[in-house]
Write a protein that binds this ligand. Sequence first.
Ligand code: BEZ
Length: 211
Amino acid sequence: MSLRLGDIAPNFKANTSIGEIDFYEYLGDGWGVLFSHPADYTPVCTTELGKTAALQGEFAKRNVKVLALSVDPIDKHHGWINDINETQNVNVEFPIIADQDKSIANLYGMIHPNASETTTVRSLFVIGPDKKVKLTITYPASTGRNFFEVLRVIDSLQLTATHSVATPADWKDGEDVIVVNSISTEDAEKRFPKGVKVVKPYLRYTPQPNK
Ligand code: BEZ
């Protein structure tokens, strides 16, 4: 059975490009992104890991630890990281798991046998400080993911975890947000002193409260 939103992300120990890690210890009290790619020394994966490395500062700003995975061995990871750094003009600092026995890939449902029997698809999990799964996305090998979208969702997850708001389609950090329907407009006006705009009784906007 695959992992679903709200499930506990299972812990594991892994051999990675920065040494042995315990997943929960690596995450600490912060957020995590665990993502798989099909294989080392492949073009789309090279651009994905390069983009993630370029955005390391953005993930760190949001208190998010990043962890990549493929079923290739550790020596291959080390050689490939040199190529990523060279071709993408980055410095990959986050660990890449060498999941040769596919134990973590199977634990997280990253192998979709009808897509490939042997390699992982492009799975991505955002994990909250409570170790629960907050987002899952699955892309095919042929399509690189959009890591700005991953950051955008993390902004929404972190905001909505602490304020009674939701974020509309295509929302970006700093834009107006939606007041959740569980609070009355009268309550909303008290909670959101920057103002509440009522378009319909069920569609109410307020400026982003944590800005
Ligand atoms: C790639 O990263 O380019 C790739 C990997 C596996 C299958 C297809 C493309």
